[in-house]
Ligand binder design. Structure first.
Ligand code: BTN
Length: 320
C-alpha cells in the first residue's frame, strides 16, 4: 500500500474526516483522496461517508492492505487469493531489487515443504514467504528459520494455542495440551506449522533469503494431513490479519537482535530435554537433546559424547 493511502486510512480510523481536509493534510487533490477511498473500499475496507466526512467502519478479514494496516514492521505485503507457492513467487521477486516483501496467500495449490515434500495449502491457512536480504554470512541463515519459528509460536500462543518448537523448524502442539506430562511431546506433538527457508549467497554474505511459513490457521480437522493440527482445532478460528501482523512484528524484532533468537527459541523448545533420533545427511545421531547452538545446531549428548547436528529429520523418542 502506498504511503499516502496508508496515511488516509489512518486518518479515517480516527473518525469522520472531510475529503477537503484530507486533501489539505496530505497535499493532494480532492480527486486523489476520492480515488484512495474507492481503492480502499475495493480492497474490502468498509468506509462510511456522511456530511461529517469519511469514516472507517470495518477492516477486511484478510488480504494485503488489511495486514499492512496497523502493521508495526517495515514489510510490503503482496497478497494472492490463490497461488502455486508463495516461496516460488518470493524467489521471483528475489531476482529483482525487492526486499522486505511478504508474499501472502489464502490458498496454495503447489506448496512445497522440506525435503522435496508437498505441502497442502487449502484456503483458510496462513501461507506466506518473507523475502529478506540480511547482512550476514550464509552460515548464519539458519537463525532466520529459528526466528520465524519463534515468531509463529508467539503468535500461536497469543491465539491461545500451547505451541512449542520441534527442532529444527516445526511448530507443534503437544497432544497433552502442553501440561508437560511428557508422554505426547515424546512423540513430537501434532504439527501446526512448518518453515522452509531458501537462500542464495556469496562467500561472505547472503544475497537473499526466502523464509516460507505455513501455518494451519483456520482449517477444520478434515482438511488437515494426518498428525497435523490447526489453530481452529486447538482454540477456535483466529483473526488471520492479527496473527500475521504479530508474526511479522516478532520476526522483524528478532532479525534486528540476533542474540535474542536462541534464548527465545530455548524458551519454546519441545525438543530440548528429549531423547531424539536425528537422520542427518551424515548418518543417524541418537541421544539426549541438550541445547541449541549458533546458528541453529542441535546439541545431542550421545554415548560417544556431544554432537552438533546442523540438519536432519528429528524424531522424539520415548525415554529408554
Ligand atoms: C515443512 O516441510 O515443514 C515446511 C513447510 C513450509 C510450507 C510453507 S507454506 C508457505 C511457503 N510456500 C511454500 O511453497 N512453502 C512454504
Amino acid at each position: 500500500m502506498n504511503e499516502t493511502r496508508r496515511a488516509v486510512l489512518d486518518a479515517l480510523a480516527e473518525g469522520p474526516v472531510a475529503g477537503p481536509d484530507l486533501a489539505d493534510r496530505f497535499d493532494v487533490s480532492r480527486n486523489a483522496v476520492w480515488k484512495h477511498v474507492e481503492a480502499l473500499r475495493d480492497a474490502g475496507f468498509e468506509i462510511h461517508s456522511s456530511d461529517a466526512g469519511y469514516e472507517l467502519i470495518a477492516v477486511p478479514e484478510f488480504g494485503g492492505p488489511t495486514v499492512q494496516y496497523g502493521l508495526e514492521a517495515p514489510f510490503d505485503v503482496e497478497y494472492h487469493d490463490a497461488i502455486a507457492s508463495t516461496n516460488d513467487r518470493a524467489r521471483e521477486l528475489a531476482a529483482t531489487s525487492e526486499s522486505d516483501v511478504v508474499v501472502l496467500a489464502d490458498e496454495q495449490t503447489g506448496g512445497r515443504g522440506r525435503l522435496d515434500r508437498e505441502w497442502a495449502g487449502p484456503s483458510g491457512g496462513v501461507w506466506l514467504s518473507l523475502l529478506v536480504r540480511p547482512d550476514v554470512p550464509p552460515s548464519h541463515a539458519p537463525l532466520l528459520t529459528l526466528a520465524a519459528a519463534v515468531a509463529v509460536t508467539r503468535a500461536a500462543r497469543e491465539a491461545g494455542v500451547p505451541a512449542e518448537i520441534k527442532w529444527p523448524n516445526d511448530v507443534v502442539v503437544p497432544a497433552d495440551g502442553g501440561d508437560g506430562d511428557g508422554d505426547s511431546s515424546a512423540r513430537g506433538g501434532r504439527k501446526l506449522a512448518g518453515i522452509l527457508t531458501e537462500m542464495e549467497g556469496e562467500a561472505d554474505r547472503v544475497s537473499w533469503a526466502v523464509v516460507g511459513v505455513g501455518v494451519n490457521a483456520n482449517l477444520p480437522g478434515e482438511r488437515l494431513p494426518a498428525e497435523a493440527t490447526s489453530v481452529q482445532e486447538e482454540s477456535g478460528p483466529v483473526e488471520r490479519r492479527v496473527f500475521v501482523q504479530r508474526l511479522l512484528e516478532t520476526f522483524d524484532k528478532l532479525r534486528a537482535d540476533p542474540d535474542a533468537v536462541l534464548p527465545a527459541w530455548r524458551e519454546y523448545a519441545a525438543t530440548l530435554g528429549q531423547r531424539v533420533r536425528v537422520e542427518t545427511p551424515a548418518g543417524t545421531v541418537e541421544g539426549n537433546a541438550v541445547d541449541v547452538a549458533v546458528p541453529g545446531a542441535l546439541v545431542v549428548e550421545t554415548d560417544e559424547g556431544r554432537v552438533r547436528v546442523h540438519a536432519g529429520d528429528c524424531e522424539h523418542l520415548r525415554p529408554a
